[in-house]
Structures are given as structure tokens and as C-alpha cells.
Ligand binder design. Structure first.
Ligand SMILES: C[S@@+](CC[C@H](N)C(=O)[O-])C[C@H]1O[C@@H](n2cnc3c(N)ncnc32)[C@H](O)[C@@H]1O
Length: 235
């Protein structure tokens, strides 16, 4: 456990996801115009005062032994694994010089280290197991309207957990949807169907007060019926 977490940046305008394209260095399909060629740098991000604790492990397993006032879960939304996309980060952190494959030089273990949360077939059971392990007063889960599950399905999964509210916000889709998709020659290919989606926060709570406070907070639900089209897209 490190005393202070480090954040890695590579873009001119830093953001924690600035390095998304790093895995595709020189590559296939998905080439960002510039950021990938900038130097990597490590910075300490602003953190809350006090000591924290980091646990590396499978969420379903780790959650069995934990309890807290509030859990926030940000599970994978679809089949795209962070390990595959952020393998350079993974290697920098592990500093293990792994065997690699392909043009993007992905770690060979990307092929074997699979998560049930990235499998359409297994994700529901993984979510249910995780939810049932959580010992807390409040549980917050993020998801969007383009993942494996429609909002109503997640609410259904959380049903046994307490009072459930949903907060919806319009959001820019993943960066590829904004800058376009490129082929290995650097030519823009394909059509981007849309650039925005809806991000959901599901708040499950044992507190009637919290539930009451959240009522009416979901501006999208009130003003934009399309926010709940809940389409399940392909990733
Ligand atoms: C949507 S991302 C959330 C990332 C994080 N909130 C962030 O902003 O960087 C989902 C994360 O869950 C991790 N993950 C996937 N399966 C997991 C599992 N079984 N146990 C723990 N983490 C897992 C992925 O590696 C990925 O980092």
C-alpha cells in the first residue's frame, strides 16, 4: 500500500484518462492525433486528508471482509477491460517487464486475466454477488445507458438492498466517440453515431431520510424522458 497514490499523465491538458491511447502507441484502429506522443509524467493528485487503504484484489472476494458507512462501486460497464486498455499503466505500476504481444505490445496476461464483469453472460451474477456482500448503510453504483444492463435491471438487482434512487446526468461518451476512429494509416474511418450518453448513479440506502432527500434530485428524470431510453449498446 503506497502512502500517496500517483497519477500518470501524458496529455498536454492533464486528466487521469489522458493516457487512454497509450496502449495503442503506433497502432491499430484507434489512434489519437497527439497526446500519445507526449512524455509520461507522474504527479501526486489532490487527495483527502487522513490515511486511506488500498486493497488489490477481486471485488467480490474483497468485499466479503469489508464494512463501511458507504460503498461506491464503479464496475465495468461492458466487455472492454481496463487491463487491456491501460496495460502500460499496469506495467508501470507492477514494473515487471512482462512478455507482450501484438502491435500495441499488450501484456500477455491481458489474454488470461479476465473479469466476469466484462462478460455479458457472467456480469449479472457477479454484480448480484458483489451487492449481496456489501455491508454498509449506503451503496452507490455508477453505470451508464450503454452498458450490459439497462437502468431498470440494475434497480431490480438492488431491490433487496434498501431504498433505491437513480440520478442521471448527460455526459460526453468515451473519447473515441469525440475524436473519431482511425485506421493504422491514421485515416479517419467509420461513423460516430452519437457523442453523448447518460451516466447513472444508483443510490441504495437503508436510510429513509437519504432516500427522501434524493427524491426529485434527478433532473433528467423530470425534464428529459429520453434519458431513460436505457438502450443497451454494443460497447
Ligand atoms: C469502470 S472502471 C472504474 C475505474 C475507476 N473508477 C477509475 O476511474 O479509474 C472498472 C474497474 O473495475 C476493475 N475490475 C474489473 N473486474 C474487477 C474485479 N473482479 N474486481 C475488482 N476490480 C475489477 C477494472 O480493472 C476497472 O479498473
Amino acid at each position: 500500500m503506497a502512502d500517496r497514490p500517483l497519477t500518470m499523465f501524458c496529455g498536454p491538458k492533464p486528466g487521469p484518462r489522458g493516457g487512454y491511447y497509450i496502449p495503442q502507441l503506433k497502432t491499430v484502429g484507434f489512434v489519437a492525433p497527439t497526446p500519445q506522443y507526449n512524455d509520461l509524467r507522474l504527479e501526486y493528485p489532490p487527495v483527502l486528508p487522513g490515511r486511506g487503504k488500498a486493497i488489490l484484489g477481486d471485488a467480490v472476494e474483497a468485499s466479503r471482509a469489508l464494512s463501511a458507512d458507504l460503498f461506491y462501486l464503479d464496475p465495468p460497464y461492458n466487455q472492454h477491460s481496463y487491463l487491456g486498455n491501460y496495460h502500460v499503466w499496469e506495467t508501470l505500476v507492477r514494473w515487471d517487464n512482462p512478455e507482450t504481444y501484438g502491435i500495441a505490445q499488450k501484456r500477455i496476461d491481458v489474454r488470461d486475466r479476465k473479469s466476469p464483469f466484462n462478460s455479458k453472460r457472467e456480469a449479472k451474477q457477479a454484480m448480484l454477488s458483489l451487492f449481496s456482500n456489501i455491508k454498509a448503510r449506503h451503496l452507490v453504483v455508477s453505470f451508464n445507458n450503454e452498458g450490459f444492463f439497462a437502468a431498470k435491471e440494475i434497480e431490480e438487482m438492488l431491490k433487496g438492498w434498501g431504498y433505491v434512487s437513480r440520478l442521471t446526468r448527460q455526459h460526453q461518451r468515451y473519447v473515441g466517440a469525440r475524436i473519431g476512429i482511425y485506421n493504422p494509416q491514421g485515416e479517419k474511418v467509420g461513423q460516430i453515431s452519437h457523442t453523448e450518453n447518460h451516466e447513472f448513479l444508483f443510490v441504495a440506502t437503508h436510510s429513509r431520510n437519504v432516500y427522501e432527500l434524493l427524491k426529485g434530485q434527478d433532473s433528467k428524470q423530470e425534464s428529459d424522458p429520453k434519458a431513460h431510453s436505457d438502450s443497451v449498446a454494443k460497447g
